[in-house]
Ligand binder design. Sequence first.
Ligand SMILES: *Cc1c(COP(=O)(O)O)cnc(C)c1O
Length: 244
Amino acid sequence: MIKRLSGDQLDEAKQIFSYHFNDITQRAAKAAREVGREPSEITLLAATKTVDPERINFAMGHGVPLMGENRVQEFLEKADALAIGPERIHFIGHLQTNKVKYLIGRVSCIQSVDNLKLAGEIARLSSKAGITTDVLAEINIGSEKSKSGVEPENAEELVREMAKLDGISVKGLMTIPPICDKNDEISYFFARMQKLFIDIRGKRIDNISMEILSMGMSGDFEEAIRHGATMIRIGTALFGKRTY
Ligand SMILES: *Cc1c(COP(=O)(O)O)cnc(C)c1O
């Protein structure tokens, strides 16, 4: 169950959020300008796992355009209490094919699509509902055994196959890079993502628009922006440390 905050705790959480939100916005803008990009090219997504609906609604009413949930069950527990529509909700966590049915019509984009079977189910159920769901191909940029995501060398083929499906619209790529101690290590993975993104975009594949490169979290979003991220996914730097 999602922990609900008392009135005092919620007031404090709102102040913490506002402070963090301004800080992140300024740091993101600075990183963009450093590489000659416009701050408006970067969209902030609040990663809201473990965050209660009250705080999410406050954030969404105070400048955060998008939210992303990781777990189907947790999302469904919160969904009715959210004050925003599906167009502002993404799914960003590992997703099993048999759970897709709970998300269709409730989220506008599924960022974590790493195989054709999953894409096919999203497409099938979206078509049945008469809607189109946006998807991103999740890339396992560090080729880590423990991580989901398609291998970089198979990304183009996955995108090409997904482009043939009715009911989904391929919008770009997403990644969670390996945990790195040093800045130049993380830069290496972001640079590889940027290259992959530009390569696939350059192929001008029919029926896809490569416009979203979703990478960068609390500890590394500035570096991600310097490497072309168009969407950053921020949790702890917005809401504080997660309680579980
Ligand atoms: C939790 C999460 C984030 C945000 O991580 P923080 O380090 O808390 O900013 C981003 N993306 C995904 C997929 C996540 O699960």
